[in-house]
Write a protein that binds this ligand. Sequence first.
Ligand code: IPM
Ligand code: MG
Length: 359
Amino acid sequence: MTQKIAVLAGDGIGPEIVAEALKVLDTLRADFGLAVETEAGLIGGAAYDATGTPFPDTTLKLAQQADAVLLGAVGGPKWEPLDYSVRPERGLLGLRSELELFANLRPAILYPQLVHASTLKPEVVAGLDVMIIRELTGGIYFGQPRGRRNNAQGEREGYNTLIYSESEIRRIAHIAFQVARKRDKRLCSIDKANVLECTELWREVVVETGKDYPEVELSHMYVDNAAMQLVRNPKQFDVMLTDNMFGDILSDCAAMLTGSIGMLPSASLDKAGKGMYEPIHGSAPDITGKGIANPIATILSVAMMLRYTLNNEALADRVEQAIRATLDEGYRTPDIYSEGTAKVGTVQMGDLIVRKLRA
Ligand code: IPM
Ligand code: MG
């Protein structure tokens, strides 16, 4: 049965990197018999420009009907003056929320070839393999009430609400324990339980959930310490479990350990395992249109799609292998370039990976 992938390229470098991921999908279809079809849709600023909303109904329908979604990136300076309700980011957040993609998996793996691309010392990052599990549809990103108002003194104030129900915490905790069980069986839950009641509950529920997984060693860390530990000694972590906002911040930090934010893919899954796949980086307006964006995070997102939604472990391995082989040959986009390697652009990197895939 042919499975359907909704492709939402979005803004900035989104279309450039998604084009390379589509080349990979086309190759898998043509040469490896992968039974998928793709359909493009609008999201973010591109959708706003075309339809007046960053999250058109047609896009929601397309995503709901599809078996998986591949997304590029959203946002850019052009749309920053707009009201929050129609900002490009609302499209992405709307999609996560409407599809109930509460479980966000962000693997930070340092490819040995890129040990010198990291800004950290090789011995600190060599062999790094951390999985960040970020809660994606709750917390302060979605909590009500939120907004801006004038207070009694006539001063402007802004407010947001950090709120989690225990069921929201429990379902993401289960995912984290299950992921940890398949890895090194160590889970570190991140909170700010010394200050925030909401995350005190987070810790409590994670401990309760852990009773079902006695084989997984559970620890807890305050988020400020976790940020420090990630750059001090990142290899101490196996799986990190975080709320929505802490996960946003810590995953950018973890990305840099791998040499570049252009290397980190992500999967956002619902309770049935349906998913949206996207690089964790943004639309990178500063390099848009220059043909130098790194397409690897997006191509790795395709590998995650093969693994988690299309249940094709063999092809997922094959895609990752093709990336490794391309790096082995010394090809680098500028973000991961180091002396003695060969600098290539977005399209060339995509072509090289496809060539390795076919080899
Ligand atoms: C991410 C991004 C998004 C987020 C933005 C674009 C809304 O930073 O996926 O990490 O904050 O979740
Ligand atoms: Mg982010």
